[in-house]
Design a binder for this molecule. Structure first.
Ligand code: GLY
Length: 276
């Protein structure tokens, strides 16, 4: 974790907590926390999102709340700083859950979300060489996410990403897929995922962790069991934030490191890049 990333993570935790402290909803706290990370350009989301192999920046985000199980998401959205806010708008002003591609971008433009320079596709792809490289190298760092619990006892989860490196144009990962990258249910818990999206999707990991919580598992146990399954069954790689409506939480990862933190308003925010 660089010192700039550490400072940004601290600021994001403080912003999220300050909204909760003023009585705002967990949803708003999650959105505002993620906006700080998207804006920074220091993570793989918003201004810092990876480019797809044709040189375009297409981003994914989703958000969900655990009371009414409401959710919103965008995939392959371009030209905005805050995909998480576009996801919130999908949830709040439409009766849909997921908008994709140019029509998601058009939707964000309609609501005048803050623009970022749109990178036009500029490379012709040789699919043959790309497919060979994809099998040898994989970098899936830097998706951002947050979970929160508000005064009413409602939990929420969100995530935002630029995907992974060496992505074909049009590739969509776990982040905007409800139940895969994000899930929240006041009866079980809130989960936000980071990691290799293709593996996370194949196990619907966020929902699987919530199902473990429903069976009575503690957050750390639920996370450990599902991450173990991810690794042993499909050689996946992921990290998760898990929070229950009674305030228990866990951060776990199958990757060597995961940069994350928490804060309940007391003392200083805790930030680490390894959780065991
Ligand atoms: N977890 C982010 C992605 O795979 O797109």
């Amino acid at each position: 974790m660089t010192s700039a990333q550490r400072a940004c993570l601290r600021a994001a935790l403080q912003v999220g907590y300050s909204w909760l402290d003023r009585g705002s909803s967990a949803l708003l706290a999650v959105e505002q926390t993620i906006r700080v990370l998207e804006r920074s350009g220091l993570f793989n989301a918003g201004k810092g999102a990876y480019l797809q192999l044709d040189g375009a920046r297409r981003m994914d985000a989703s958000i969900m709340e655990g009371d009414g199980l409401r959710a919103g998401a965008v995939a392959s959205i371009e030209g905005i700083v805050h995909p998480i806010t576009a996801a919130c708008l999908v949830m709040d002003v439409t009766d849909h859950v997921l908008l994709v591609g140019p029509m998601a971008t058009k939707f964000a433009e309609h609501f005048e979300l803050e623009p970022q320079k749109r990178l036009a596709p500029r490379r012709r792809l040789s699919y043959g060489s790309v497919l060979k490289r994809m099998r040898t190298t994989r970098n899936c760092h830097g998706t951002v996410g947050a979970v929160a619990l508000d005064r009413t006892g409602t939990i929420a989860a969100g995530a935002s990403t630029g995907g992974i490196d060496l992505m074909l144009p049009g590739r969509v990962g776990d982040t905007p897929i409800i139940g895969c990258g994000v899930y929240a249910d006041n009866d079980t818990g809130a989960v936000s995922m980071t990691g290799w999206g293709e593996s996370i999707m194949r196990l619907a990991v966020a929902k699987e962790i919530c199902d473990q919580l429903a069976r009575g598992g503690a957050p750390a146990t639920a996370a450990r069991l599902v991450l173990q399954k991810l690794v042993s069954r499909i050689k996946g790689a992921a990290g998760c934030l898990v929070l229950t409506p009674d305030g228990r939480f866990a951060i776990r990862h199958s990757t060597p490191r995961m940069m994350a933190g928490w804060w309940d308003g007391k003392g200083e925010p805790i930030m680490k890049d390894q959780f065991r």
